[in-house]
Design a protein around this ligand. Sequence first.
Ligand SMILES: [Zn+2]
Length: 632
Amino acid sequence: MKNVKQMCLGVAVAGIVAGAGSTVATAVASADPAAPDSTRSADTSENGTPDRAGSPSSTRTRGQVSRPGAAQAAKNSDRPGASVGSTPSVPESAAPGSATPARTQTSTPQRGRTVSLPDRTPAPSPDAISAPARDAASAPGVTTTPPPAVRPIVTAAAPGALLPATPAPAPIPVPVLPVPAAPVAPASAVTVSSSVSGSRSRSASAVASQIGDPPPTHVLLIGTDGTNLDKVLANPANVGFFDLMAESVTGATSIVGHTTISGPSWTTILTGVWDNKSGVINNIFNPAPYDAWPTVFNLLEAHNPSIDTAVIADWKYINDMGAAGAYPVAADDNIFVPFDTSWEDTDDDVTTATIARITATQAADSSFIFSYQVAVDEAGHAYGGGSPEYAAAIVNTSENIAAIMAAVDAWENDPANLGEEWTVIVTTDHGHQQSVGLGHGFQSPNETSSFVMFDLEGDNANNGKQNLAYSNADITPTIVNLFGAPPRSDFDGVSLVDNKTDSIVDPVDLSQALNDAIDTFGYPNIGTDIALGIRTIFGSIPYFLDGFVTTITGQLQSIVEQDIFLVSALAGAAEFLVQITGDVLVFTTQAIARVVAYLTGAGTIAPTDPPLTPPPADSVFVPVLLPAAVLV
Ligand SMILES: [Zn+2]
């Protein structure tokens, strides 16, 4: 128990330091993204296990993919110089040793046609300025200035209508949430592409099939946890990312104004609402928020039960989300990939399972896959976001993306699949602090940094371009739209298929343009900074207690299993006591954390859409949590 108290104290003290540090950094308004260590408080690692023996894998061969060489470690310092036109830039095609041939239907991106590079001049953000506080807090992921014509059609609940989603500490007055810092845009010198509208062109066979039933839709969402885009861009070895960006529209996004912890952030990605609606505060899975806010799996299954939906992940929380929801049908296949030697090896197992799933997809069956990888975040927690190990983990993820995209290409090029294509989206939930230790959870630009890469089926006109208005909250609305399902009126994001196309620009140097966008990310205002810091501190206490109890009981259980006379019996009794005490502590601190979170604005906005209509009772398919060993 002494250790528990010390841990709590450590978290609290570190949190106080963090709050003070963040405040000071905000006050001086010149925070260096490369040195946000004063904001560190609590380790918010996704996986409670302390085992992070992550030896970077170097060269493996998967299918027809020849993987590039071992990572060249990224420098501990920030990315290379920010001068216009500096390298690295997006390769025009696969670099030597490239993992993936260019997707065959991809026309070479035409760069440098009507483009000037974005400058650093921040443009005013009409959304952020005009919106009321809660409205702004609902959609701050828009990191750049969308033109008024593409303002997200978000209908946030009026402040007076705020109700707690979960839990329901009704008598507690809701303080007014401070407005997050107005996002700034590098948009002033950017020429907006005019080649966007109507650019989505399906293949001939798909168009033909449209005459009858709607054509099948295939969407792959790849999540890489805790991955800083500037670190992706800084290393030319990340060929898988660069190849994907060369056939996608990429947005550097920021989740400033929202908690930079995985549970809340992946919830935003998979529900389309921010944490002021979902009320998710940390990485202890709680099913209630997903009863109120259906996941993309619920939404797709409710729209069309014939869509094959799958989640493949090596963090249990993601699988739990894939199975959650008041709507009785969630992901059809829920594949949890257990730890395997190292987190990178585990991600490789996720990749293998993902490729198997893609390869097995039938052209006639609409399908959605969410493939989640965790090694980058684990490396960030163990070694820091500026470490060579973090850079190496990104290279491994890049190789996995290349392997997955090779499988997508092979599937699309198979005549048996009738010219069907996949839409691919790649994203992360938050960034990482640069130094080893505490990772993320606060509001420094390195922590709030995220990205969305959007490779829309049939859209080659926008290959290699940038979008200045993408938001992580747009992902579920986009996926739902791709399958023809209606949007929720209380989404915080919008479908990227039909919206924000006016915010697409065609930079000469995509990497530089994205780095310029990242450089505009700042802190929220002091009030938001402190409120979210306090929320993270309180939310971290039950999470770490839970991990501590799991570790201790696991060690005691190992003694029990050794069957030592008397000692094992005592260990068993101790394990029981620790478990009971631990459960009470976790429950109590989690309840306190939820109250604190509510007071700081989490879960204060209730759904305005009605619950999904349940399916007929005899049509409910009960999803099965499949052991990965059966499938990998
Ligand atoms: Zn995360």
